[in-house]
Design a protein. Structure first.
Lengths: 290, 275, 291
C-alpha cells in the first residue's frame, strides 16, 4: 500500500501529461506542416481567393463560406426544433409520452453520422431533387436538414438538463401565485435556463462545425461559394477528406492543414467561450448563496 | 483517597476559556490546549482547553451549531478532509503513558485514525457486504490473512452484540440491515482496528428509542476496550451513559462536570463535584 | 390573446416533437425496409463457407466479414491505448489535482473533446508522414488508425472516469478516511470499486464512438478492399467506411443492398452499445441513491 502511494500519483500524473501533450501536438503538427502557407502574403490569398487549382488559385474562402452557411442553416432549423422538443418534454407532454420522447432522443445521440449520410443520399436527396426540380439534390438544404437531426438531440438534452436544474422553489412560488404553465415557462423556466440554452447552442454549433460525413456525402462538394440553399457546397472538413489523395508536395495538399488549423481554432474558441459562460454562471450562483 | 476537582468555567480576558480536570488517579487520554477552529471566517471553537479521562464515556453536549462535531473532528484530524477549515492550538492523546501531539509532523494520518476510531451520526456502512465492511479497515491497513480477518470479524461482532443477528448473512449488502444494526456494524467496524479512542458523533440521533438504548448498552460495555468521546444533544442520554460532560455554547466551554451516573459507577469517593 | 398564445405554443411544441421523432422513425424504417432483407449470413461471409472464413482459410471478398473484423480490431487498439491514459488522467483530475492544475488540464481535455474527428485523422496522417520522412517506412495502417481513434475517445474516458469518481458521495471518502485509509487506499478499496460501473458505461460509449467514426480512419489507412488485415501495419476495411464507400461507389443493386445491410448493422450495434451504457449508468445511480 505504501508503494501504491509513491507509484500511484506519478503514474496518473504521467497519463494526464501524455494526454495533454497529444492535444497540443495536434496543433503543433498542423502548424508545422502547414507552415509554407503562412510565410508570406499567401495567407491573405488563402483566406480570400477562390479554389481553382488549374488556374493556380488555392483559396479556401469558398469552403469557409460553405461551412458557415451549412452550419448556420442547420442551427436555424435545429434551435427552434430543439427548444420546442425540450418544452414539450419538460412541461407539456403527458408523463409517459415525455419519457418515451426523452429516451428516443437519448438514443438518437448514438446514431452514427455515416448512417445519417447514407440515408440522406438514398432517401432525402431524391426527395429534395423532386420537390425543387433543380440540381442533384445534394445541396446545403439537404445537408442542413440532416445536420439539424444530428445536433438536435445534443441540444435538447442540454436544454432539458438546464430546465431540470431550475430550483423547485422558484416554480412553486409562481404556482402559489396562480401562474399557468405558460407563465411558468415565460417567467421562470426560460429565463432561468438561459445559460443552459446558450451552452446547448454552442455545443451543437461545435458538433455541426466538426461533422465531416454528412457534409461530405450529402452537400455535393462543389468548389464554388454558394449562392442559394439549393447550391451544393464543400465544407472545410469535407475538403480535408477529399484532397487527401493529392500529391503530398502540392500546394493543394498544404491547404488541408489550413483547414485543420481553422477548425481547431474555431472549436477551441467555442470551448473557451463555454468555459467562460460556465465560470460566470457558477460565480453568480456562488454569490447568491453567500 | 483521590481528589477529583473540576473548575467552574473560567473566562479570561482575551476570550480564553479553560477548564481543567485535576485528577490524581484517573489518567487522561485526550487533552486540548487553546484549541480554536474556523470555517472560512466563522469561528467555531474558541480557545478550548480541556482533558478527558481514560476508559470512560465523555459526552459533549450543547445547542446545535456550538461546535460539538467540529470538536470531535479535531481529534482524528478528519476536518482536514473538508475544505476551508483552519485550526490553531494543540491536541494531544496519551498512548502508553506518553503524551503525543497529534498535529506533530511525524504523525501519520492513517496511523492516527486507526488509533482514534470514529462513528458518525447517520450509520454509514459502505455499499458492500457486511463482511467486506468489517474487513476493509484491516485490508487497508495491510492485513491479508483470511483466517485472521475472519476471527477478527467474529470478535468485533460479538463485542458489538451483533454476531447472533448477522452471523448467517455476512455476504449480504450491509444496507439491508436495520438502522440500529447498521450503527452497531459501524461501531464494530471502528473497533476492529482496536482503537484507543472511539469518537461518536450523535450515534443514536437517527435511531428509534429501542435501537438507541441498545447502542447505549453497547457503549457502556466498550469502556473496557477503549475511551469513548461522544457528542450528544440528548440530555437524558447523557445522564444515562456519560461519566463526564463537557457543554459547549458558541464554541466555548459552558460547563464541565462529572455526572451522578459516573459517581455511581466508578470507585466510591471520586466525584467531588462543584457546580 | 393568452388563449391564442397557449394554443400556438402547444401546436408548435407538438409539431417539433412530431418532426423529430418522425424523422428518426423514417430513418429507422427506411433502413429496416431496405436492409432487413440483406441481413443474413451471406451478407457477412459472402460466398465463402462460414467455417473457412472464420478460420481464415479463404478470403471473404463479397461479404462484410473483413470490415467487421477491422472495426473490432480498431476498437481493441483504440481502447487498449486510450484506456490506461483515460483512467489515469481521470483519476488524477478527480483525486490528486490541485485547483489550478485541475482547471488547466480539464481545459486541455475539453479542447481535445472539441477537436473535430477529421482533424484528429489529419493529425494521425501527418504523424505518419513525419515518421515516414524521418524514421521508418511506416504507411497509414491499422495501428495508426487505432491510435488516432484512441486519441478521439480519450476525452470521453477521462471525463467518465472523473465524473464517476467525483459524483460519489462525500460520506464515502469521510468514512474511509475515518477508518485510517490514506488517499491511495481510499481510492483502491472504496472509491474505484464504487465507481467501476460509471467508468464502465463511459468505456461502452467510447467503444461506440470508435466503432462509428469514419473521418479519422478515412485519413489513416482504411481502404475499400483489403481482406482481413495480416498485421498492425497493413491496410484494413472497416464498417463505417464500407457504408460511405458503397454510398458513392456502388456498381450494382447487390452492392447497394450490402451497403444497407452494413448501415443497419452499424446502427443496431451503436444502439445496443448505447442502451447498454444507459442501463449500466442507471444501475449506478440507483445504487448510490439507495444510500
Amino acid at each position: 500500500m505504501k508503494r501504491s502511494v509513491r507509484v500511484g500519483r506519478p503514474l496518473v500524473l504521467a497519463a494526464t501529461a501524455v494526454g495533454s501533450l497529444l492535444t497540443l501536438a495536434i496543433f503543433a503538427f498542423m502548424m508545422m506542416l502547414g507552415r509554407p502557407l503562412f510565410s508570406d502574403h499567401s495567407l491573405n490569398l488563402l483566406l480570400t481567393q477562390a479554389w481553382a487549382p488549374d488556374r493556380g488559385l488555392y483559396g479556401i474562402f469558398p469552403f469557409i463560406c460553405g461551412t458557415l452557411s451549412l452550419v448556420g442553416l442547420s442551427l436555424l432549423i435545429a434551435f427552434p426544433l430543439s427548444l420546442g422538443n425540450a418544452i414539450l418534454i419538460h412541461l407539456l407532454a403527458p408523463r409517459r409520452l415525455a419519457r418515451f420522447l426523452h429516451q428516443t432522443i437519448k438514443l438518437m445521440t448514438g446514431v452514427p453520422t455515416v448512417v445519417y449520410g447514407f440515408v440522406g443520399i438514398f432517401f432525402l436527396v431524391p426527395l429534395i431533387r423532386e420537390w425543387f426540380f433543380r440540381g442533384s439534390g445534394m445541396c446545403i438544404l439537404s445537408a442542413s436538414l440532416l445536420l439539424a437531426m444530428l445536433i438536435s438531440p445534443t441540444m435538447i438534452l442540454v436544454f432539458l438538463e438546464s430546465f431540470a436544474a431550475i430550483p423547485t422553489a422558484h416554480i412553486r412560488a409562481l404556482e402559489a401565485l396562480g401562474g399557468t404553465r405558460r407563465q411558468k415557462l415565460v417567467h421562470v423556466i426560460l429565463p432561468g435556463a438561459k445559460t443552459g440554452i446558450i451552452t446547448g447552442l454552442l455545443l451543437a454549433l461545435g458538433r455541426a462545425l466538426g461533422d465531416t460525413m454528412i457534409a461530405l456525402m450529402v452537400a455535393g462538394n462543389a468548389t464554388a461559394a454558394p449562392e442559394s440553399v439549393l447550391d451544393s457546397v464543400r465544407t472545410l472538413t469535407a475538403h480535408i477528406a477529399l484532397v487527401m489523395a493529392a500529391d503530398f508536395d502540392s500546394m493543394e495538399f498544404k491547404t488541408i492543414f489550413a483547414c485543420g488549423i481553422i477548425l481547431y481554432l474555431w472549436t477551441a474558441l467555442l470551448t473557451l467561450s463555454l468555459r467562460y459562460i460556465h465560470y460566470n454562471s457558477t460565480k453568480l450562483s456562488h454569490d447568491q448563496t453567500f | 483517597m483521590s481528589k477529583f476537582l473540576l473548575s467552574h468555567p473560567v473566562t479570561f480576558y482575551e476570550g480564553i476559556n479553560a477548564c481543567f480536570i485535576i485528577d490524581l488517579d484517573m489518567k487522561k487520554i485526550i487533552e486540548t490546549e487553546n484549541l480554536s477552529f474556523y470555517y472560512g471566517k466563522r469561528q467555531i471553537l474558541d480557545h478550548i482547553s480541556v482533558g478527558f479521562r481514560e476508559h470512560a464515556i465523555s459526552a459533549i453536549t450543547g445547542p446545535s451549531g456550538s461546535g460539538k462535531s467540529t470538536f470531535l473532528m479535531t481529534i482524528n484530524r478528519l476536518w482536514e478532509e473538508l475544505n476551508g477549515a483552519k485550526m490553531s492550538g494543540r491536541v494531544s492523546i496519551f498512548l502508553d503513558h506518553e503524551k503525543l501531539d497529534i498535529y506533530d509532523r511525524g504523525v501519520s494520518l492513517s496511523w492516527l485514525r486507526r488509533k482514534v476510531g470514529m462513528v458518525f451520526q447517520i450509520p454509514n456502512p459502505l455499499p458492500m457486504s457486511i463482511y467486506k465492511n468489517l474487513v476493509l479497515p484491516l485490508q487497508m491497513a495491510g492485513f491479508k490473512k483470511k483466517e485472521y480477518l475472519r476471527s477478527k470479524v467474529e470478535t468485533v461482532l460479538k463485542q458489538a452484540f451483533l454476531w447472533s443477528e448477522v452471523k448467517d448473512r455476512l455476504p449480504d449488502d450491509a444496507r439491508t440491515l436495520s438502522g440500529g444494526q447498521q450503527q452497531r456494524l459501524c461501531i464494530a467496524r471502528a473497533m476492529i482496528l482496536e482503537p484507543a479512542i472511539l469518537l461518536l458523533d450523535e450515534p443514536t440521533s437517527s435511531l428509534d428509542e429501542k435501537a438507541a438504548r441498545e447502542i447505549e448498552t453497547l457503549l457502556f460495555s466498550l469502556k473496557k476496550h477503549c475511551s469513548l468521546l461522544m457528542v450528544s444533544h440528548d440530555q437524558a442520554q447523557v445522564k444515562r451513559v456519560a461519566d463526564e460532560v463537557l457543554e459547549l455554547v458558541d464554541g466555548r466551554i459552558s460547563e464541565l462536570f462529572t455526572t451522578p451516573s459516573s459517581i455511581r459507577s466508578t470507585k466510591s469517593g471520586i466525584g467531588h463535584f462543584r457546580p | 390573446m393568452t388563449r391564442l398564445f397557449d394554443l400556438l405554443l402547444y401546436a408548435f411544441t407538438w409539431l417539433c416533437g412530431l418532426i423529430l421523432v418522425g424523422a428518426f422513425g423514417t430513418l429507422v424504417v427506411f433502413l429496416l425496409i431496405n436492409g432487413l432483407l440483406a441481413l443474413d449470413f451471406e451478407l457477412i461471409f459472402g460466398s465463402t463457407a462460414i467455417g473457412d472464413a472464420l478460420f481464415l482459410k479463404r478470403v471473404v471478398i463479397d461479404g462484410l466479414l473483413p470490415a467487421i473484423v477491422g472495426t473490432c480490431l480498431l476498437i481493441i487498439i483504440a481502447l487498449g491505448t486510450a484506456l490506461p491514459l483515460g483512467l489515469g488522467a481521470g483519476i488524477y483530475l478527480a483525486e490528486y489535482a490541485g485547483k489550478i492544475s485541475k482547471s488547466f488540464f480539464s481545459l486541455i481535455f475539453d479542447l481535445l473533446a472539441g477537436v473535430p474527428s477529421i482533424v484528429i485523422g489529419l493529425f494521425g496522417f501527418s504523424l505518419t508522414l513525419y515518421l515516414h520522412k524521418h524514421f521508418t517506412s511506416i504507411m497509414p495502417c491499422l495501428l495508426i488508425s487505432g491510435l488516432a481513434l484512441g486519441l478521439l475517445v480519450l476525452p470521453y474516458l477521462i471525463r467518465s472516469t472523473q465524473t464517476a469518481l467525483e459524483e460519489l458521495p462525500t460520506t464515502l471518502r469521510l468514512t474511509a478516511a475515518a477508518l485510517g485509509a490514506d488517499q491511495a487506499a481510499t481510492l483502491r478499496f472504496v472509491l474505484l470499486p464504487q465507481a467501476v460501473s460509471g467508468i464502465f458505461s463511459g468505456i461502452i460509449l467510447a467503444i461506440g464512438r470508435a466503432a462509428e467514426d469514419t473521418a479519422v480512419i478515412m485519413l489513416t489507412g482504411v481502404v475499400a478492399t483489403a481482406g482481413i488485415p495480416r498485421s498492425l501495419f497493413s491496410n484494413y476495411e472497416a464498417l463505417p467506411f464500407y457504408i460511405y464507400y458503397t454510398a458513392s461507389q456502388f456498381r450494382n443493386q447487390q452492392e447497394l443492398q450490402r451497403g444497407f445491410g452494413a448501415a443497419l448493422i452499424l446502427l443496431i450495434l451503436c444502439a445496443l452499445l448505447f442502451t447498454l451504457a444507459g442501463l449500466v449508468r442507471k444501475k449506478v445511480s440507483k445504487r448510490l441513491m439507495a444510500k
